[in-house]
Design a protein around this ligand. Structure first.
Ligand code: PDD
Length: 289
């Protein structure tokens, strides 16, 4: 077993290859659960408290009574990050409703949740001196997911199909919009655009995930720069006319976009605002742990 194969399952640390759950687990049968992905650089989690707060919020959102302390989750995350062979890892942490004797849509409140976590390697953080080789290409698609996209549920088939459709068409990710053209997010990231020196991102609502990276970017810019950030509704046309477009997520941090459909974005692989913001982000991201 390499150390990166370490996992946590229901109170035990064990090799990931030995982790087993029942096929009657509601996570398997219904996608009935929630999850987090926590980025850890040099074995230190980024935004740990925010990830744990979101996890607890999501547990409540799907009907769990409070049952585990913040310390319980923090111990799992920090243990897996410290044991990881990789300097840069994500910790995947998943809580499902648990195993029920009968398959039925409704659930008993007495089930014991299934807790599963493991770490996996992620790229070293980008910076103005460690730029990506290429910008991402996005395919715009009408967002066909449900209306609880603010809850980080494991039932990701909507996201999976959007992402796959983009990749099958030769793109890297999907840029999702609701009827009328209002952009929500990408299938596994939040979205930003830059126009005339101002950074824009769609406001939080039930149609997008309140990404931890999104929140950190906004807070770092507000606390440590004069750069203005506006959270407002944006259309696909706004993104096409932008000077720069970025995706944000725990595993990508801030990734420049060079193309949407057949339209090339001005900033391309790394625009001047991306270079400023990624360096500010690297300088200050640990302050929000
Ligand atoms: N995805 N929106 C969606 C739909 C996402 O799946 C993610 C993250 C984000 C960004 O959130 P955060 O900054 O908290 O990572 C936005 C993770 C990484 C995943 O599913 O693997």
């Amino acid at each position: 077993m390499t150390q990166t194969d370490l996992a946590f399952l229901n109170g035990q640390y064990l090799p990931k290859s030995e982790a087993r759950i029942s096929p009657m687990d509601r996570g398997f049968l219904f996608g009935d659960g929630i999850y987090e992905v926590i980025p850890c650089h040099h074995r230190k989690p980024i935004g740990l408290k925010r990830h744990i707060d979101r996890l607890q919020t999501n547990l409540r959102a799907i009907g769990f009574a409070p049952y585990a302390s913040d310390e319980h989750w923090a111990t799992i995350i920090t243990t897996l990050a410290e044991q990881s062979r990789s300097e840069h890892c994500g910790v995947y942490l998943h809580v499902s409703r648990g195993v029920a004797a009968k398959r039925h849509h409704t659930f008993s409140k007495d089930l014991t949740p299934t807790e599963f976590a493991y770490s996996f390697e992620i790229p070293a953080p980008p910076s103005s001196s460690n730029k990506p080789h290429a910008g991402l290409k996005l395919k715009s698609q009408e967002d066909l997911r449900w209306f609880h996209c603010d809850v980080k549920v494991t039932a990701l088939l909507g996201n999976v199909l959007h992402y796959q459709q983009a990749v099958d068409s030769g793109f890297d990710e999907a840029l999702l919009y609701r009827p009328g053209g209002r952009v929500t997010e990408a299938s596994a990231s939040n979205v930003f655009c830059v126009k005339d020196g101002i950074v824009y991102t769609p406001p939080l609502s039930n149609t997008l995930l309140p990404g931890i990276t999104r929140g950190l970017i906004i807070d770092v810019l507000q606390d440590h720069s004069q750069i203005e950030v506006k959270q407002q509704d944006l259309t696909v046309e706004d993104f096409l006319a932008a000077d720069e477009v970025w995706l944000s997520s725990s595993t990508r941090e801030i990734a420049p976009v060079s193309q949407i459909d057949d339209h090339l974005i001005k900033g391309g692989t790394s625009g001047p605002m991306w270079e400023r913001v990624i360096d500010l982000f690297q300088e200050h991201k640990y302050e929000y742990a």
